[in-house]
Design a protein. Structure first.
Ligand SMILES: [Zn+2]
Length: 303
């Protein structure tokens, strides 16, 4: 049994062959002193949200995960398992996603470092579907002034999204902010007036103008602004680097700094910004990785 010093255990797993493993932290340990890690490989794709389930040895003090998106805590579910909610960025090219775990034994002993990467083979999935749209030309071919404004908006948004609130405000599953038809799914490649654009970074939910927009989960309003392309936009910080964004609103009904409960109305569906009709553009980020909100909802449904 190691009581001091840094213990390193290394292993690699390729999802195509195996998606669950149990590793003894020390040779000769009982089964209750192994760590079991499992996940659903089909979720491991760009924009995917992967709940990686860790069944730790008994008596462990704390577990942290480390990925390219930084170090982060795990969520403990009712069954006693620990969940690392991993967001695979939409731009992630793979082929492997590196994830390490730091296991803190009780007392002052140094942490175990499971450091040689839990490697998730990233499936690149099917080629994205295309969607052609027609818009007023000035909304597609931006003037220099408008382009500068859009770039400023983007920089401002990324600054907001780069903050890491140590507190986790949410405890229940994420929900769809508006009940309606999903008119454009995540990752769809759009062609505006014949000009190919980047893949769609969220989901569009079509709903009549004025439909209330609910907070997808408990969180703090960290931005309420009027952007050129996104229109009237609210950003919620749910803590632990998890954010949701609500764009093209008709009106914003909350103010910055306000703590919203899950399901609380934050604004109304509208047509502000670059749109072809009233809808909510809903997007989500996990520690800087832009992820599919439908997967965020699914991944948190049984936590
Ligand atoms: Zn959209």
């Amino acid at each position: 049994m190691v009581s001091s010093g840094l213990k390193k255990i290394c292993w690699s797993i390729f999802v195509s062959a195996l998606w669950s493993t149990a590793v003894a932290l020390d040779p000769g340990m009982a089964a209750s002193e192994t760590i079991k890690i499992s996940w659903d490989p089909s979720l491991v794709r760009p924009g995917g949200v992967v709940p990686v389930r860790v069944t730790p040895p008994t008596g462990l003090n704390k577990i942290e995960a480390i990925s390219i998106n930084g170090q982060f805590p795990l969520i403990q579910n009712r069954g006693g398992d620990h969940i690392a909610l991993v967001g695979i960025a939409s731009i992630f090219k793979g082929p492997v996603y590196n994830l390490d775990f730091k296991l803190f034994p009780p007392g002052d002993a140094d942490p175990y470092l499971v450091d040689a990467d839990l490697q998730l083979a990233v499936k690149m999935g099917q080629p994205a579907r295309k969607q052609a749209l027609s818009l007023p030309d000035k909304m597609v071919h931006l003037s220099e002034t408008k382009l500068t404004q859009v770039q400023q908006n983007t920089r401002f948004l990324w600054k907001i999204l780069s903050a890491r609130t140590p507190e986790r405000y949410w405890h229940d599953p994420f929900l769809l902010p508006v009940q309606g038809r999903i008119s454009t799914r995540f990752g769809v490649r759009r062609v505006l007036n014949g000009v190919p654009k980047r893949p769609h970074g969220g989901i569009d939910i079509a709903a009549p103008k004025g439909t209330p927009i609910a907070a997808a989960n408990r969180g703090v309003v960290v931005m309420a602004e009027d952007f050129y392309l996104y229109g009237k936009t609210v950003v919620l910080d749910h803590g632990w680097g998890l954010y949701t964004i609500y764009a093209h609103q008709d009106s914003i009904e909350v103010r910055e700094g306000q703590l919203l409960e899950r399901g609380q109305t934050l604004g109304r569906v509208g047509t502000s910004g670059r749109v072809t009709g009233p809808h909510l553009h809903f997007s989500s980020f996990i520690r800087g990785a832009k992820v599919n909100p439908e997967q965020l909802i699914e991944a948190t449904s049984d936590l």
